[in-house]
Design a protein around this ligand. Structure first.
Ligand code: GAR
Length: 215
């Protein structure tokens, strides 16, 4: 069974979705540790209650991004992960860190990338008046919220939506597609080859998910 390490910065609901999938028997991984850059991240408590080893590496204690990323990598590598899962990990990572985990570093982002990288994706989608929004799981490259796409889920933007309503609709889909992507990796049906996603042929149709609200 593959070893994964999950990195969080806050609430940790995507992490919870992975724990739930693991417990339900649909995600065959060993969650070796959950690590946060914030000592007070709520998700650390949730992980500890689930019996998972937790750590924090406080970015504020380091003089530079390089120093922080070095300490973080040392902590992660202590668990010998096959895959590192960024689940609401809100730090810009150095190129050295990203290269070190090339092909075994996944991220989820709350937009249909390459639209709306960065913060406040839902409000920006509303401001732009897009009719379709969503979320993306991708392999990580040194550019922020960028990289080969594994799976995307689309949701409609409905009349009367505010940021919270849209965020909640997207989050429901995040909780579906992220455990799915990690499961594919765990089953050796997903990999990164020459910078491109290689997905088992039978999964191609499953890598786009349209929420039931979209007609
Ligand atoms: C999620 O919506 C995730 O997509 C987003 O942070 C949230 C974390 O929620 N990540 C990013 O914006 C990465 N650029 P969670 O802590 O409840 O999983």
């Amino acid at each position: 069974m593959k070893n994964i390490v999950i990195l969080i910065s806050g609430r940790g609901s995507n992490m919870e979705a992975m724990i739930a999938a693991r417990d339900a028997g649909t995600l065959p991984v060993h969650i070796a540790a959950v690590i946060s850059n914030r000592p007070d991240a709520k998700g650390l408590e949730t992980a500890a209650r689930a019996g998972i080893t937790t750590h924090y590496v406080d970015h504020k204690a380091f003089p530079s991004r390089e120093a922080f990323d070095g300490a973080l990598a040392e902590c992660i590598d202590g668990f010998a992960p096959d895959l590192v899962v960024l689940a609401g990990f809100m730090r810009i990572l150095t190129e050295g860190f990203v290269r070190h985990y090339e092909g075994r570093l996944l991220n989820i982002h709350p937009s249909l990338l390459p639209s709306f990288p960065g913060l406040h994706t839902h409000q920006r989608a509303l401001d732009e008046g897009v009719r379709i929004h969503g979320c993306t799981v991708h392999f990580v490259t040194p550019a922020l919220d960028h990289g080969p796409v594994v799976i995307q889920a689309a949701v409609p933007v409905l009349d009367g939506d505010d940021e919270d309503a849209l965020a909640a609709r997207v989050l429901r889909q995040e909780h579906r597609i992220y455990p799915q992507a990690v499961r594919w990796f765990a089953e050796d049906r997903l990999s990164l080859v020459d910078g491109k996603v290689r997905l088992a042929a039978e999964l191609r149709d499953d890598s786009v998910l349209i929420a039931p609200e979209v007609r």
